[in-house]
Design a protein around this ligand. Structure first.
Ligand SMILES: Nc1ncnc2c1ncn2[C@@H]1O[C@H](COP(=O)(O)OP(=O)(O)OP(=O)(O)O)[C@@H](O)[C@H]1O
Length: 273
């Protein structure tokens, strides 16, 4: 048995055989005030397969953003390493797109300008840039708003623009840190459906951080449950059919797995959040 596998009913392997992203005993310790330190990741072993959609859920401060930051190459680990396609991550790279809760759109550029921006930097020829931007703007349903500026768009539309921008750069991996965290409940659910629809057409490997258990279960093929300080407590195979629909969301099977993960997240030892 693989040492990275965990026991427990329904617990899934933490590392599939051929991982697109592999966390190898990753540790991160931040220096804190007065010479103290904070453990944000503690020997995390986890693999994400090519084209897999993995969600990470856990209480505030358990290390989710740090996990994503290490995979993005934005946070250097203190120990261990992250491999992407078998190569150690040493910094950000074009094969990994990152989407944060804050849309980080350029306010002076239109939707099209924002989506094309990275392609321009990457010196993609103008005609191809236009075509690619148009394709991804249509894909997120913003075709009628290509010439609009971000300030005129709703939160959901801005996040769709951020999605189009990330996809247009054609990364093989999308790293998403609470991308729908700032949206109202209904818009959030709509964005989840839209994201799954896009994922089913444009298969990419997705690592998606959330503190919303419903969101984690609805989106993920596997759900990684983290616990402070920086530990992977459990990896759960969701096993719900795709496409995920309202019927799936309202099914007893969904409720069962959601309740189980809810319990795992909110009844962690020492969790005071
Ligand atoms: N730059 C930093 N310097 C010092 N400590 C940090 C830094 N970034 C994160 N931490 C600490 O590391 C731990 C993990 O933080 P992290 O942001 O990864 O958790 P999280 O699960 O994403 O939290 P949240 O859900 O609240 O965003 C926390 O105790 C946090 O205070």
């Amino acid at each position: 048995m693989n040492a990275a596998r965990r026991d427990g009913a329904g617990a899934a392997a933490t590392t599939p055989d051929a991982a697109k992203i592999e966390f190898r005993e990753v540790g991160k310790v931040y220096p804190a005030a007065a010479g103290a330190s904070v453990t944000a990741l503690d020997r995390v072993a986890l693999g994400v397969a090519d084209e897999e959609f993995v969600t990470v859920v856990g209480p505030s401060g358990c290390g989710k953003s740090t996990l994503l930051g290490v995979a993005a190459g934005l946070v250097p680990p203190t120990s261990g390493e992250v491999l992407v396609d078998g190569r150690a991550v040493a910094g950000p790279g074009p094969e990994r797109g990152v989407i944060f809760q804050q849309y980080a759109l350029f306010p002076w550029l239109t939707v099209r300008g924002n989506v094309e921006f990275g392609l321009k930097i990457a010196r993609v020829p103008r005609r191809e840039r236009r075509a690619r931007a148009e394709y991804f703007i249509d894909m997120v349903g913003l075709g009628d708003f290509a010439d609009a500026h971000p300030r005129t768009l709703s939160g959901g539309m801005r996040q769709r623009c951020a999605l189009a921008r990330a996809y247009a750069a054609e990364p093989r991996i999308l790293l998403m840190d609470e991308p729908f965290g700032a949206l109202d409940a209904l818009t959030r659910v709509r964005m989840q459906d839209r994201l799954l629809d896009i994922w089913s057409r444009e298969r990419r490997t997705v690592l998606f951080i959330t503190h919303d258990v419903d969101e984690a279960v609805y989106l993920g093929g596997r759900v990684v449950v983290m616990a402070a300080p920086g530990r992977v407590q459990e990896v759960v195979d969701v096993g719900l059919p795709r496409p995920r629909t309202e019927e799936v969301r309202l099914s007893p099977e969904f409720a069962e797995i959601r309740n189980r993960i809810w319990h795992a997240v909110y009844h962690q030892e020492g969790n005071t959040t």
